[in-house]
Design a protein. Structure first.
Length: 175
């Protein structure tokens, strides 16, 4: 019985990649340090960068250098999940652009912030509040996108009439 299982496992590992997604034959590009380059410009790091910059702008703080550049944010995110993204990219190389909620929370914490879940976008005040919002379009087509409130003014219409809000996280400075 063990021999049969060993043979089946061997066949699976030898033949399996032939029937998997394009990530096996065309893996996503990485920089010299092993970070997925495509993730640097994806919506997770971009929305965190916008939120942190908006926070400081509202405080009247002006920096000579961006306090939270998206490439740096992306690297923080990838440090927490590079193995997971690498494995999942074997199935679909586009997965390297995914940024899960726990990654967003971990990344903002490195800049002295936390994300507090709220349930209604209408409760936010544009002159006071900053939030990271996860929207989706057609659920089956995997259309998901992180956005920054109030910087992005098309949150309710990003995927046209198909747009639905999945999560809303209020950005708060850790004291």
């Amino acid at each position: 019985m063990k021999k049969k299982l060993a043979w089946l496992a061997a066949i699976f590992f030898l033949v399996g990649p032939l029937f998997s997604g394009c990530g096996v034959f065309h893996p996503p590009a990485k920089d010299k340090d092993g970070y997925f380059i495509k993730h640097f410009t994806c919506c997770g790091p971009t929305s965190i960068e916008a939120a942190i910059n908006e926070y400081y702008r509202k405080q009247g703080v002006v920096f000579a250098r961006n306090p939270a550049p998206r490439k740096e944010i992306s690297k923080h995110i990838q440090d927490d999940s590079r193995l997971l993204k690498g494995f999942l990219s074997l199935i679909d190389r586009r997965i390297v652009c995914a940024t899960w909620s726990w990654e967003m929370k971990s990344a903002v914490k490195k800049y002295g912030f936390e994300l507090v879940s709220i349930d209604d976008l209408e409760k936010l005040e544009p002159n006071k509040d900053i939030a990271l919002v996860l929207v989706y379009g057609k659920f089956i087509s995997s259309e998901w996108h992180w956005m920054c409130y109030p910087v992005d003014n098309n949150i309710n219409t990003f995927f046209s009439s198909n747009t639905k809000i999945d999560k809303i996280y209020l950005l708060k400075k850790i004291k």
